[in-house]
Design a protein around this ligand. Structure first.
Ligand SMILES: [Zn+2]
Length: 449
């Protein structure tokens, strides 16, 4: 279904530029002006809007285009806050939304004010087109995602639980292309890894550095850290990744399908990735989606001012990422299995949240697949996982299926983008109308009668 007018394709650029110029660096966030801006944009078109603060300055937009209520709403979720940017490091100022070399430069252009702008313009376009909607389209543009979402969607989930009686949510993540051999697939993010941060403490005899021994704390801790190797623990195959690799293998041959399924059943993840056609770089990137992982990010023992003293304790801080279905206890056990019993290993300051998985057997996944197939030469959509973490953690455990789908076409050969959170974050402008049109099409098809 096409947008009712071409002017929306230029309006989405304007809205995105306006949003980038509203500095919502978190902390402190200060998302209220961005929420107010969107409310002012949507209200005249007949969209119900409300901006509600969880704390001073921490605004959350609730916008609703009414359907007849025969089906539960579709939720479009997006976060208004961004991570910090140091202007001295940037080629162009991070909050000026300048256009150079075919890109819109600025913090939030890809994470995720692009999707927030597209969602707002989809509501405007739907309001104009006026199709009969069998469900509400609910748009939440919220605060605080970059710091865990407790003042954004997490707060709304507690204070306004009625908002989340929805069919499903469309979220950030996904909508990217994955290359396997000569074939290109589009991802829809159905799973996220969990987080479990840990602290390890080794104890040993302290004393004078002139009398060394093998059993001191720093030596015990070093051995434990080395035991992690590359930080990938035991391989496990989730439903999401099994389905994804199954689809890719089936496109090659029945033999490939059988080989991949045999590799996965025996935990030979790297072989399975090669068998579906991943090159070395892509396979290396995808590996973390099959393992619980641990990265030691901090070490502490002794004091350089007392370099002649053997410290009695040594401490490591390790960031763990869990596959859906794994728990903090599983991770602690896996770490202890490697490091031995001489070390204390504990969860660090309760920083644990489990992984998430939503079923790809959902009507929204089929709608997304149909839209991509029609617009991209029959290309297929595969369920996918992110090794990172989003606001989905506040909704999936409460029973809301969440799908990450921000359709962004691959850059044309020779162009170079920049990752989310990176210096010089920038959005390829030619791709933005595609994002808008695909999103409009998905929302229209899922909601109209
Ligand atoms: Zn984000």
């Amino acid at each position: 279904m096409e947008l009712p007018s071409d002017r929306y394709a230029s309006q989405v650029v304007d809205v995105l530029r306006d949003l980038v110029r509203i500095d919502t660096t978190n902390p402190p966030g200060n998302e209220t002006p961005a929420g107010d801006y969107l409310a002012k944009l949507l209200l005249p078109a007949g969209v119900e809007t409300e901006v509600i603060e969880s704390a001073p300055g921490r605004g959350n937009l609730i916008a609703r285009l009414r359907g007849d209520g025969s089906e539960p709403p579709l939720l479009l979720m997006g976060h208004l806050d961004v991570v910090s940017a140091n202007p001295a490091e940037w080629r162009y100022p991070p909050f000026a939304a300048e256009i150079h070399e075919g890109f819109l430069w600025g913090r939030g252009t890809t994470d995720m004010k692009n999707m927030v702008a597209a969602s707002a313009v989809v509501l405007l376009a739907l309001a104009e087109a006026g199709p009969r909607l069998g469900r509400d389209v609910l748009f939440l543009a919220t605060a605080d995602e970059e710091h865990g979402g407790r003042l954004g969607i997490g707060w709304l989930a507690r204070e306004r639980p009625e908002l989340f009686r929805v069919a499903c949510a469309l979220n950030e993540g996904g909508g990217e292309t994955v290359r396997a051999g000569e074939r290109t697939y589009w991802t829809c993010q159905t799973a996220e890894k969990g987080v479990c941060r840990t602290v390890w403490t080794a104890h040993g005899p302290g004393g004078h550095a002139a009398r060394p021994r093998a059993d001191i704390a720093t030596a015990a801790l070093s051995k434990a850290v080395a035991s992690l190797g590359d930080g990938h623990l035991t391989p496990r195959v989730t439903r999401t990744m099994a389905t994804a690799l199954g689809i890719m293998a089936a496109d090659i041959s029945t033999d490939a399908e059988e080989a991949v399924s045999a590799h996965l059943a025996s935990g030979r993840v790297e072989e399975a990735l090669r068998a579906v056609g991943f090159d070395e770089t892509a396979a290396e990137r995808a590996r973390a989606l099959f393992y619980d992982t641990v990265s030691v990010t901090g070490l502490r023992s002794g004091d350089p001012e007392s370099i002649n003293v053997i410290a009695p304790t040594a401490v490591a801080y390790a960031d763990g990422r869990l596959l859906p279905g794994q728990t903090d206890r599983d991770l602690l056990a896996a770490i202890r299995q490697r490091t031995g019993d001489d070390l204390e290993v504990e969860v660090y300051r309760q920083q644990y949240s489990p992984g998430l998985e939503s079923s790809s057997d959902h009507p929204i996944f089929r709608v997304i697949s149909d839209v991509i197939a029609e617009r991209c030469d029959g290309a297929r959509v595969i369920p996918w996982m992110t090794a990172g973490s989003t606001d989905a953690k506040h909704l999936v455990p409460a029973g809301v299926p969440v799908y990450g789908f921000v359709p962004v076409p691959p850059l044309t050969e020779g162009l170079k983008g920049a990752d989310s959170h990176a210096v010089d974050e920038r959005l390829w402008l030619e791709g933005l109308p595609f994002t808008l049109r695909v999103l409009y099409d998905v929302v229209y098809r899922f909601c109209h009668i």
